[in-house]
Design a protein around this ligand. Structure first.
Ligand code: FAD
Length: 452
């Protein structure tokens, strides 16, 4: 008899886990209370990148003169940008639905809650059904976390989901939080005409990232003047012209920024509401579900993957963890690698990284050397009019094994893929340098960096 596995949550972690389980012969039910695709597809990765593509197209057209192309009367039609985003989301959602059907996965709409260690109750409207399981995967994701700032519940204060649903373009926006989500949404809105001010509590936006990467980004993006660091937001209030965000700097000086909308992008917290975890003995730590290296919780047949376990709040991490857990559940030796986790920031210029950063290497006392290459010397980057930014590869001084890579520049988010493979395969700098790369491409700059 096939194993009965229930997956709670239809985000990139949940639906990919369900597909892997089905491929390995499990009888799979996937429970989703909102939309298939989860945060990623409906209010995360996909809508932001779709909007950013629109904003980038606008920026390219405005700069078309540099390429000898005359463009006149180039305007943003925000309503159409918005509806294109809706269309992309809808098409991809249908795609996930198709995949569920194709793999014979039973999709159950409703809110899931554990009845005991082998049954889940699903509530939909006033109907309740009970599903029995041999194993369950919790993939319920995360939700925006709102810090206790006075006035945060007020009018015109938004989280990232609200910002992606804005029907009209605000003239001025204050963004609290200079992490990835805050920066990407700031990049979008500022590119299409909103005056954005980013307020970050740490001395640097993207606090975990190497300073030289962040400095290069600020220089090239022209966002330096829009970013205020080391500021502590004290209150959000209504003002005569809209909203005012009050904050103090490191000296305690009281400052403020006037705006029409406030976007709060201060991180996300694990979403476990209503699951009845305590009832079955699943342990959490600061809200995140605790798991071992197999993504198994304190209850043997219950697994937790993706944002809800707080290991890495990234869609590709959720997907890999989901597939890994599925292989464990089905008694297979897991082949999926979950330890090499790339990250990307889809701003202009883009930033991406994988493995050790210089900051982390210094902190951990890991010996390293750096190979660096500037896109200013890349023929492809120059032909694109984007000969800016650089690649930085950290490697071990003795064996030259690649420890990490950081990229700021054109298509950094695509280029990092090669470095993910290099790290996964424990490649050395020489192996990267001696691998033939196509010409003229941006990826040959990776080999050029290694040859330095
Ligand atoms: P989710 O995608 O959050 O899915 C969880 C699902 O579970 C939801 O559909 C929810 O409705 C459902 N659910 C919850 N509780 C229950 C219940 N009790 N019963 C039934 N269903 C339930 N990551 C990237 O890698 N790249 C990016 O570019 C990127 N951009 C982002 C931009 C924004 C604005 C945001 C907010 C996030 C972004 N992320 C990005 C993060 C990414 O979206 C998440 O890491 C990813 O979606 C996590 O996947 P998941 O499967 O763990 O959970």
């Amino acid at each position: 008899m096939s194993k009965k596995v229930v997956v709670i949550g239809g985000g990139p972690g949940g639906y990919e886990a369900a597909i892997e389980l089905a491929k390995l012969g499990a009888e799979v039910s996937l429970i989703e209370k909102a939309h298939l695709g989860g945060t990623c597809l409906n209010c995360g990765c996909i809508p932001t990148k779709t909007l950013l593509s629109g904003a980038e197209t606008y920026a390219t057209l405005k700069n078309a003169d540099r390429f000898g192309i005359a463009v006149s009367d180039c305007k943003v039609d925000y309503a159409r940008l918005y509806s294109r985003k809706e269309d992309v989301v809808k098409r991809l959602r249908n795609g996930v639905q198709f995949l569920m059907r194709k793999h014979g996965i039973q999709v159950v709409e409703g809110n899931a809650s554990f009845s005991d260690k082998s049954h889940i109750a699903v509530d939909s409207g006033n109907k309740r059904s009970i599903i029995a399981f041999d194993a369950a995967i919790i993939a319920t994701g995360s939700m925006p976390s709102m810090p206790p700032i006075p006035g945060i519940d007020g009018r015109n204060v938004m989280n990232s989901t609200d910002a992606l649903e804005l029907k009209e373009l605000p003239e001025r926006m204050a963004v609290i939080g200079g992490g990835v989500i805050g920066l990407e949404l700031s990049a979008f809105f500022s590119k299409i005409g909103t005056k954005v001010t980013i307020l970050e509590a740490c001395p640097q936006i993207l606090p975990e990232m190497d300073e030289d990467i962040v400095q290069e980004y600020l220089k090239l993006s022209g966002m330096s003047n829009s970013v205020k660091t080391s500021c502590k937001v004290q209150a959000i209030e209504d003002s005569a012209t809209g909203k005012v965000v009050r904050y103090t700097d490191t000296t305690g000086m009281a400052l403020s920024v006037e705006c029409d909308k406030v976007l709060v992008a201060t991180g996300r917290r694990a979403y476990t509401q209503g699951l009845n975890l305590e009832g079955i003995g699943v342990l959490t730590d600061r809200g995140r579900i605790q798991t071992n290296e197999n993504y198994q919780t304190s209850v043997e047949n219950v697994f937790a993957i993706g944002d809800v376990n707080g290991k890495a709040q990234l869609a590709h991490a959720a997907t890999s963890q989901g597939r890994y857990a599925a292989q464990v559940i089905m008694g297979n030796k897991p082949t999926v690698k979950t330890s090499v986790v790339p990250w990307c920031v889809f701003t202009e210029p883009e930033m991406a990284g994988v493995g050790l950063s210089e900051k982390q290497a210094k902190k951990a006392g890991v010996a390293y050397e750096i190979a660096q290459f500037s896109f200013a010397a890349s023929g492809k980057a120059m032909s694109m009019g984007k000969a800016e930014g650089f690649i930085k590869i950290l490697y071990g001084p003795e064996y030259h094994e690649i420890l990490g890579a950081k990229i700021v520049g054109p298509h950094a988010t695509d280029l990092i893929g090669e470095m993910v493979l290099a790290l996964s395969l424990e490649t050395t700098l020489e192996e990267l340098a001696d691998t033939m790369h196509p010409h003229p491409t941006l990826c040959e700059a990776l080999a050029d960096a290694a040859r330095q």
